[in-house]
Design a protein around this ligand. Structure first.
Ligand SMILES: [Zn+2]
Length: 252
């Protein structure tokens, strides 16, 4: 939240300076637009760390990347797990609590095969970010309870739905002592229909330390995943778990 507070303080100071300088209304409008754009980008771009400290990429010192999946468990998840096993890759799955309640066996399978899981809200509605902090905490707790009931483990990881953060999300993360996990490579696999285009987009953006965002729910996720793994291996990238990438920051 430091960046958010700093922006507000600077905006107030700039407003006072403009009042003292006795400038025209256009200057105030320009300032308002600039501050609004900065705050808007802070809301939609989790990697800006505007409202919550999020782990979005490794330090980039090693030729390694991590692969993550959102929105499962889903009927595709088992296919994904088989491909990950085929290449001995460990990934992370951020689960929608409602889906986990409906498919507990798949959640167990994710854990049994050595992958990491985390909370990705319970309902994953578009209104997640605008509910009260109390309701948000209750929703996140509901998913943590589901994870605990299936796996027996306390969950500390959270990936904000749609990667959106704001003061309410930031406060809920802090209050629940969650570790927020973002990404640095957004595949757009839920909106780009052609698997080849999704892969090209990912290849262009991959760097040492990248955290790749994919979704269990994507129709051709098996093709996309296998191609990305092959590309990474051919380009001498090591695919590591989030735990290996973030070390002590990931102390759960
Ligand atoms: Zn999602």
């Amino acid at each position: 939240m430091l960046k958010f507070y700093l922006t507000i303080i600077l905006a107030i100071l700039a407003t006072i300076a403009l009042i003292i300088a006795d400038v025209s209304a256009i200057a105030f409008i320009a300032l308002f637009i600039i501050v609004s754009v900065i705050i808007f980008l802070g809301v939609i771009k989790i990697e800006m760390q505007f409202f919550a400290k999020s782990l979005c990429r490794g330090d980039g010192t090693k030729q390694e990347v991590a692969i993550t999946f959102d929105d499962g468990p889903h009927n595709n998840t088992l296919k994904i797990l088989d491909i990950l096993d085929k290449y001995s890759v460990k990934a992370a799955f951020f689960l929608i609590g409602k889906n986990a309640d409906e498919k507990p066996d798949i959640v167990k399978e994710i854990i049994n095969r050595g992958h990491i899981i985390g909370n990705h809200s319970y309902y994953h509605k578009g209104t997640f970010d605008i509910q009260s902090r109390k309701k948000m905490i209750s929703e996140l707790t509901k998913t943590n309870n589901t994870i605990k009931s299936i796996t027996g483990k306390d969950n500390k990881l959270f990936r904000p739905p749609f990667g959106i953060t704001n003061p309410i999300v930031g406060n809920a993360i802090k209050k629940m002592k969650l570790i927020s996990i973002g990404w640095s490579v957004r595949s757009l696999d839920t909106s780009i229909k052609d698997p080849g285009k999704v892969c090209s987009r990912v290849y262009k953006r991959i760097k040492p330390g990248s955290v790749i965002l994919l979704h269990d729910t994507t129709k051709d996720i098996d093709i996309i995943l296998e191609n990305i793994i092959k590309y990474l291996k051919n380009n001498n990238y090591k695919i590591v778990s989030l735990r290996d990438m973030f070390g002590t920051k990931f102390d759960i």
